[in-house]
Design a protein around this ligand. Structure first.
Ligand code: ATP
Ligand code: MG
Length: 454
């Protein structure tokens, strides 16, 4: 049975959530009735808007920047929408670049800041679209401001700040939703999630970032269609993973992804083990990693995706290592094999570029090495280019409850000592400390140990 909202969308908004009636009457909020001031807008974005306007084109700020300004947040970046074609935009700005194949965008560069300028886009179905004069639109890809509004994901992301008179144009009810604190998908929920399932991930991201609520149908749709995420190419999901986990609200976003049944389609190997919480693994450990990531981001410290992947996939790697060791493989080769297998399976869903996965592997394979400190080993390990990340990871494991406090303290001290004191630290280790194993690890076979010590 169709819900009221669906009936409304089908009857009033029409197919694809468009409402032809509204073309003539969007809600226009004049400058005196909203809070966005030009002082809050990047100088470069203003320059782009004014140049377009002076070139005789329409120019608007749109998307996240308008939403964030209205909510009182500082926008991450500024996006511009215009009726100028990408080529026309390109010809107005010397330092601009045409991007994309299917739908071209223009990036206008000002030092490190990039302003993205997109030409109004028609919805995907409007193949034979004609405008109000009956003209067929230019190659059926570009559209009108109204079409551009209706093809966007959420109503709060479809508000346009008009540089002509500083008003805000609202076709989809975004202002009302913003005031009510609601994230609402534009149009028919099933259609819009099917069209692009990544919108479900975006919903979780905005939910964590903006402190708003999901509209009921928008929310129910995620439960219903979460599995569609599996149709998204792994490379795109990699980009989305970074946005989800490296935007400063990773812990909350992760909880939301799990709650809505999305995480299991992104990281199935980890998700399969999340229910087996034992001694703080894998959930506590992962949450601690994500909380640390959020703290680092809020302190403007660098974070590497490699560390994030190391944390997300650690439990599958650890369990696979144990399995291989049970079959007689020594610890380090077992961990190397497990790392390859788990990463190999993971990249079928979410791609992990080599430049990150190589570091992720180093972080893992250094874990057993950090526990073997006698002779020259500690000195060698300290020189490893990924020592610091591996040490941080060991500390994270200790923090999550593994009995690793002693080696963590030892390494914390070792890094800052003089060479003589370092040697003394190694000498005082004795043999016991070197064979102390982390929890749930099997003892290595004596023959394997011999080879290791060479
Ligand atoms: P952020 O603060 O993360 O940049 P944003 O809303 O600006 O949030 P972007 O990915 O920069 O997100 O996208 C800019 C705008 O493009 C969105 O606000 C939305 O209007 C539109 N958009 C982005 N992705 C989609 C999508 N998958 N489907 C429909 N519209 C989208
Ligand atoms: Mg944006």
């Amino acid at each position: 049975m169709l819900s009221l909202n669906k009936i409304f969308n089908k009857l009033v908004r029409g197919k694809n959530g468009q409402n032809p009636q509204q073309a003539r009457e969007p809600l226009i909020i004049p400058r005196s009735e909203h809070t966005i001031s030009r002082k809050q807008i990047s100088q470069h974005a203003l320059k782009v808007l004014y140049t377009l306007k002076e070139g005789g084109y329409e120019a608007y700020l749109v998307g996240g920047c308008v939403r964030d300004l209205l909510l009182g947040y500082e926008p991450k970046d500024f996006d511009v929408a215009t009726n100028a074609s990408p080529e026309q935009v390109h010809s107005l700005f010397k330092r601009s670049q045409l991007i994309g194949r299917r739908f071209k965008l223009v990036h206008v560069r000002f030092g490190r800041e990039v302003i993205e300028v997109a030409t109004f886009r028609a919805p995907p179905e409007a193949k034979q679209h004609v405008d109000t004069q009956g003209r067929i639109m230019q190659d059926n890809v570009f559209g009108t401001l109204e079409q551009d509004a209706w093809r966007r994901d959420f109503t709060i992301n479809a508000l346009y700040y008009n540089i002509r008179d500083f008003s805000i144009i609202d076709y989809t009810g975004g202002m009302a939703d913003l005031n009510a604190g609601l994230i609402r998908l534009i149009g028919d929920v099933e259609t819009r999630y099917r069209e692009d399932p990544v919108r479900m991930l975006r919903a979780c991201r905005f939910l964590a970032k903006l402190g708003l609520k999901l509209d009921k149908e928008t929310e129910q749709g995620i439960f219903d269609w979460a599995h569609l995420i599996r149709d998204i190419p792994p490379a795109r999901l990699f980009d989305e993973t970074l946005k989800l986990y490296l935007s400063g609200q990773a812990a909350m976003t992760h909880d939301l992804l799990c709650h809505y049944g999305l995480f299991e389609h992104l990281y199935p190997q980890t998700a399969a083990l999340l229910h087996e919480e034992q001694d703080g693994y894998p959930r506590t450990m992962l949450m601690k990693a994500l909380e640390n990531t959020d703290i680092r981001i809020s302190a403007n410290k660098p974070v590497t995706p490699a560390f994030l992947f190391a944390a997300i996939l650690w439990e599958p790697v650890r369990q696979r290592t144990v399995l291989l060791m049970t079959n007689g493989m020594p610890e380090i080769p077992a961990m190397q094999r497990a790392s390859s297998e788990i990463i190999g399976e993971q990249i079928q869903r979410v791609a992990i570029p080599k430049r990150y996965s190589l570091v992720t592997r180093d972080i893992w394979t250094l874990q057993p090495r950090l526990l073997k400190r006698q002779g020259k080993r500690a000195f060698k390990t300290l020189l490893h280019p990924k020592f610091r990340a591996a040490y941080d990871f060991l500390a994270l494991r200790a923090d999550a409850g593994e009995p690793l406090a002693e080696p963590v303290e030892w390494w914390t001290k070792f890094q800052t000592e003089t060479a003589t004191q370092q040697q003394a630290m190694v000498d005082s280790l004795g043999n016991e400390a070197s064979v102390k194993k982390p929890r749930r690890r099997r003892r290595r076979r004596p023959s394997a140990k011999k080879t290791e010590q060479n």
